[in-house]
Design a protein around this ligand. Structure first.
Ligand SMILES: [Zn+2]
Length: 261
């Protein structure tokens, strides 16, 4: 009872005073400061946004090159990309920047006590066609209907002309103790080390878990894609996909990314 009777007159007084206080604030009081801060904040955001966009927009071709996007909706033929092939290890080829980075990655992975092995690196469109057809045939032989086999394979293996392996920027890395491209690969020492460290060498886990809607593929704990150190660092720390990264920072490429028709 006591608090109610004490509070009410105060509230009433505040209500009465408000119109008098509001008028001068609009032009010279706290409102002006708030308004100025808001304008400055908006300007700052605009400047930062433009700066980020501008810097990335002006990235030299050499740095933008490893960011080329190929997925089920963006075929290799629609890019200007031509791999400059170089040997990495035991006859495997990759684009030269990717090959150099892969050399360091594999050496450090081995130095950390793991036993990494390359299962696949650069593949020509014909290699990709053969791989794709073989997998479809394997499922058909097991009794799957041809149409179903094709759609099942499409979630795991890129169709010819749409594989990052054709860019020479992708590596399938497995552990010597379990040289299989299956989900269980994620439990090996090599996969664990790569997941933690590959970004330092410019590689990302290209098809993470639960990202099929963005990337077009189910989880591939063995497929690493070279994107360059800056992009890899950002993608790793933000926990996003290459598609999301491009749509955040590269509007032109993002238009291609999301044209999934
Ligand atoms: Zn792969």
């Amino acid at each position: 009872m006591k608090t109610i009777t004490e509070t009410k007159p105060e509230e009433g007084r505040k209500e009465n005073q408000q119109p008098e206080e509001t008028a001068p604030r609009l032009f010279g009081g706290r409102t002006n400061v708030t308004l100025r801060t808001a304008v400055l904040l908006v300007l700052l955001i605009l400047v930062l946004f433009t700066a980020v966009r501008f810097q990335l927009w002006k990235l030299p071709e050499q740095e933008k090159r490893p960011l080329v996007l190929v997925n089920p909706w963006n075929p290799v033929s629609e890019t200007n990309y031509r791999p400059r092939l170089k040997e990495i290890d035991e006859g495997f080829l990759a684009d030269s920047d990717c090959a150099d980075a892969a050399g360091h990655l594999l050496a450090d992975c081995r130095a950390a006590g793991c036993r990494p092995r390359i299962l696949s690196a650069y593949r020509s469109v014909d290699d990709q066609l053969m791989l794709y057809d073989e997998e479809v045939q394997r499922l058909v032989d097991e009794g799957t209907l041809p149409e179903q086999a094709e759609s099942e394979v499409a979630r795991k293996i890129a169709a010819p002309g749409r594989s990052e392996h054709e860019l020479g920027l992708a590596l399938d890395l497995v552990d010597e103790s379990y040289p299989e491209m299956s989900d269980r690969q994620a439990q090996t020492d090599t996969a664990r080390w790569l997941k933690e460290n590959a970004w330092r060498y410019g590689f990302i886990l290209r098809y993470p878990e639960d990202a099929e809607a963005e990337t077009g593929y189910v989880w591939h704990p063995w497929h690493y894609r070279y994107v360059g150190e800056d992009a890899a660092g950002n993608i790793h720390s933000l926990g996003i996909t290459l598609e999301e990264y491009l749509s955040m920072f590269f509007s032109e490429e993002a238009a291609v990314v999301y044209d999934k028709s």
